[in-house]
Design a protein around this ligand. Sequence first.
Ligand SMILES: Cc1cc2nc3c(=O)[nH]c(=O)nc-3n(C[C@H](O)[C@H](O)[C@H](O)COP(=O)(O)OP(=O)(O)OC[C@H]3O[C@@H](n4cnc5c(N)ncnc54)[C@H](O)[C@@H]3O)c2cc1C
Length: 374
Amino acid sequence: MDPEVSLREQVRAVLAEALPRGTFDPGLGMVGPVDPEFSAALAEHGWIGMAVPTRYGGRDATAVDRFVVVEELLRWGAPVGHHWIADRQIAPVLLRFGTEEQKMRLLPPICRAELCFCIGMSEPDAGSDLASVRTRAIAVDGGWRVTGTKVWTSNAMSADFMITLCRTGDGARHHGLSRLLIDMRSPGLTITPIRFLDGSTDHFAQVVLDEVFVPTNMVIGEIGSGWAQNTSELAFERSGPDRWISSFLLVEEFMRAEPALAASRDGSRWIGEVVAQYWVLRRLSLAVARSIDAGQEPAAQAALIKEMGTRFEQDVVNTLREMLDRELLCDVSRDRPPPLFERLLRRAVLHSPSYTIRGGTTEVMRSVAAKGLA
Ligand SMILES: Cc1cc2nc3c(=O)[nH]c(=O)nc-3n(C[C@H](O)[C@H](O)[C@H](O)COP(=O)(O)OP(=O)(O)OC[C@H]3O[C@@H](n4cnc5c(N)ncnc54)[C@H](O)[C@@H]3O)c2cc1C
């Protein structure tokens, strides 16, 4: 059997045994719940930090192998929140820019799912325009003192470290930016939850840094190289299955919960269109994973996939709502929760507006793709 197909079968078998359908509340894509125990169980199989060399605790696998695992996890709605950022972004960043000491210290616990990370890029006046970040790090004895405010920081409450873009020098906007790994338990760091559309307060936060000390050995790469580093990792962040698969489970559950509607003329035509679009996006996304394995940096292609994939994810949610043509059940009683499809659709209605914002907005993706592919 083809090794990629065989890996997919293994992941499916493990998920079916560890998380049988009906025994857990599935998540929608990468916003899966935070479950350190589940992440640790995945790590036992070698499925976290897969592309990390064995000497740092990984499996020396490829970006395509990771694609295979991630696609299955997200399709299943698995609770990936604990290890998501570490696996997708931090491990590749450390491999590329980290010092030997950082690799030896941080990569093995990442591969064992012992560390959770969050991303501190956005600020109140710097979202799309990241070159405007104002969080400032000032050199002091043995390290840096960081002061500023980060906002929309996903999973700040459960993270051990935040990869933080900050200003370490003056001059042109894109210069003088650096990235530091900040311990979330540092004195001077305050996390304040931000209420999400669905009322939850455990996902989002504002992180205020008041002269937080960061030792020199937690600077990633050269001081002043933050902008270039950031740009180079976009292919990892924007092109994976997480950017087009968030509504997959919803379509699957729609077919289970509403078989007559799904088999109707309009329903079956729509399902055909959805499957065709999934296939196209999957092929594009896989092509980016293969070019990452070939040592390329397909940032423009990744932006295009994010633009197409997240719009598609939203279209699925909107069309399902229109097809149902009724109000969603709002009974939140614990004794009689609404059926899974209804719960997923309710959640998707509240979460899907964010798909085209998080990780870079649609307008910005179009701009990156147009400039990069011109
Ligand atoms: C669910 C979710 C999770 C997030 N998680 C994180 C996280 O973990 N860490 C983190 O750092 N950030 C996170 N963010 C923040 C996210 O990256 C920003 O919201 C996003 O980059 C947009 O920035 P902004 O909100 O400041 O909007 P703005 O940049 O102010 O944009 C407002 C509007 O103007 C448009 N616009 C802006 N610039 C241009 C331009 N040059 N050309 C054309 N149109 C433009 C945008 O497309 C948008 O429609 C998250 C956001 C969401 C919704």
